[in-house]
Design a protein around this ligand. Structure first.
Ligand code: EPS
Length: 385
C-alpha cells in the first residue's frame, strides 16, 4: 500500500515527508523532485517568503544509487526562514517574549484550532495549518509522478480562473496548453486572460486584499479500471476529492462537467460509447471527467479545484482580541496575495499520489518490474475485449 505522512511547521526547522509503498527499482532523482518544488514556489502573487526559500529535498532513506529499494522514502525540506524564527519557534525555550498572536483571522484555522486544542497563542495552530506544508506533499507527489511516468501516465495542471477572469480555452491550441501554462506567470494557457489575471492580482495587492480562483488537473494516458465501484472508500473520484479538498484553501472539487451537470438532461450528461478496431472502445466527449462508477474509464481524468482567496489580509477583516474580548482587526501576517498558480502544482501532486496508490492496489508488485509485467498482462486483456 502506498501511503504518506508529513510533519513540520511553517517557520520551524523544516518539513518532513515519509512515503511508503513505492516499489523497488524506481529511478529517483533529486533534480526531478526539486523541479516540482521550484514549480510550486512560482507564480505571480506569491508573498515575500518565496524570495527567502529555495526549496530542495534531502533524501534520508529508501533510495540507494538513485533507485528506490522498497523501504520508506523519507525526505526533508529545510526552511531557510527558520534562522529568523529560532526564538519564536524554539522547541526548548519556554518564553514567547510577548509575541503571542491574539486576533484570529476569519477564514483561517486560527479560531477553530484555538478552541479545539486549548492553546492561548494561535501561532500553535497557524504554523501547521499553513500552506507551507504543501511543499512536503509536492515532494511525495514528485516520486509518485515518476512511478506513473513508468506507465506513460502524466499529470498536469493549468489555471482556469483567477477572481472573475476566466481563461478562454477555446482560444488555445490543444498542443499548446501545457507549454503555455508553464511559460505563464499565473500558469494560464490563454495569454490575454493571463495578463488580466496579473492585473487583478496587482489591484488586490494595492487594496491589501487577496484573490482566489480555479485550477484544472488533467491526467493523460491513464488506463481504465483504477479505483472500484464495490465499496465507498475505494471509489477513485471519492479518493481524489478527499486528497484535493484537503489542500489548504481548496473549497470545491469537480470532475468533468462538474456542477454544470445539474442543469443538463441525462441525454446531455453522459459520454456515448463507440468502438473501432484501432482505438478499441472510446468516447467523443468527456463530461464524466474520465471516471464512471468510481473507476477510471480510460479517458483523461479532468478535475477542477476551486481555491478561496487566502484569509491572511494586509487590510484585515474584523475579529476579536482574545484577551480584551474587544473588536479589533485580525492579525496581519505575511502571506500571498494569490496562490492559485502554486496550488495547481500541489493539486497535481495530490492526484499523482492517489493514482499511484490505486495503481499499486490493482497491480501489486514490490518491484517495479513485477508491476510492469502485471500492467502489460492487463493491457493485453483490455485489447482483446
Ligand atoms: C507558504 C508559506 C507561508 C505563506 C503561505 C504559503 O509563508 P509565510 O507565512 O512565512 O509567509 O506564504 O501560507 C499561507 C498562505 C497560509 O495561509 O498559511 C508556502 O510555502 O507555500
Amino acid at each position: 500500500m502506498i501511503r504518506f505522512t508529513t510533519a513540520g511547521e511553517s517557520h520551524g526547522e523544516g518539513l518532513l515527508v515519509i512515503l511508503e509503498g513505492i516499489p523497488a527499482g524506481l529511478l529517483i532523482n533529486y533534480e526531478g523532485i526539486n523541479v516540482e518544488l521550484a514549480r510550486r514556489q512560482k507564480g505571480y502573487g506569491r508573498g515575500q517568503r518565496m524570495n527567502i526559500e529555495a526549496d530542495s529535498v534531502k533524501i534520508f532513506s529508501g533510495v540507494r544509487h538513485k533507485r528506490s529499494i522498497g523501504s520508506p522514502i523519507a525526505m526533508y525540506i529545510a526552511n531557510k526562514d527558520f534562522k529568523n524564527w529560532t526564538h519564536i519557534m524554539s522547541p526548548t525555550s519556554s518564553d514567547s517574549n510577548g509575541t503571542a498572536l491574539l486576533k484570529p483571522r476569519p477564514g483561517h484555522a486560527d479560531m477553530s484550532g484555538l478552541m479545539k486544542y486549548g492553546v492561548s497563542d494561535f501561532r500553535d495552530i497557524l504554523e501547521r495549518a499553513s500552506a507551507r506544508e504543501t511543499a512536503a506533499r509536492v515532494a511525495a507527489g514528485a516520486v509518485c509522478k515518476a512511478l506513473l511516468k513508468e506507465f506513460g501516465i502524466s499529470v498536469m495542471s493549468y489555471t482556469a480562473q483567477i477572481g472573475n477572469i476566466i481563461a478562454d480555452m477555446s482560444s488555445v491550441q490543444e498542443d499548446k496548453i501545457w507549454c503555455n501554462a508553464e511559460m505563464s506567470y499565473v500558469r494560464c494557457p490563454d495569454k490575454t486572460s493571463g495578463e488580466k489575471m496579473i492585473q487583478l492580482i496587482k489591484e488586490a495587492e494595492t487594496k491589501g486584499d487577496s484573490v482566489g480562483g480555479k485550477v484544472v488537473v488533467v491526467v493523460n494516458n491513464v488506463f481504465a479500471g483504477l479505483g472500484s465501484h464495490t465499496q465507498w472508500d475505494l471509489k477513485l473520484d471519492g479518493r481524489l476529492a478527499q486528497s484535493l479538498i484537503s489542500i489548504q484553501a481548496i473549497k470545491a472539487v469537480e470532475f468533468g462537467a462538474g456542477t454544470k451537470l445539474a442543469e443538463l438532461l441525462g441525454s446531455q450528461s453522459h459520454d456515448e460509447i463507440f468502438y473501432n478496431k484501432m482505438k478499441g472502445f472510446y468516447r467523443n466527449t468527456n463530461r464524466a471527467g474520465g471516471i464512471e462508477g468510481g473507476m477510471s474509464n480510460g479517458e483523461p481524468i479532468v478535475v477542477t479545484c476551486t481555491m478561496k482567496a487566502i484569509p491572511s489580509l494586509s487590510s484585515p477583516l474584523s475579529s476579536v482580541n482574545l484577551v480584551t474580548k474587544k473588536t479589533d482587526k485580525a492579525e496581519a501576517v505575511r502571506s500571498d496575495v494569490c496562490a492559485v498558480p502554486a496550488v495547481g502544482i500541489v493539486a497535481e501532486a495530490a492526484v499523482a499520489i492517489e493514482l499511484a496508490k490505486a495503481l499499486k492496489e490493482k497491480f501489486g508488485g514490490d518491484s517495479l518490474e513485477d508491476m510492469k509485467k502485471n500492467v502489460s498482462i492487463y493491457k493485453e486483456r483490455l485489447k482483446a475485449l
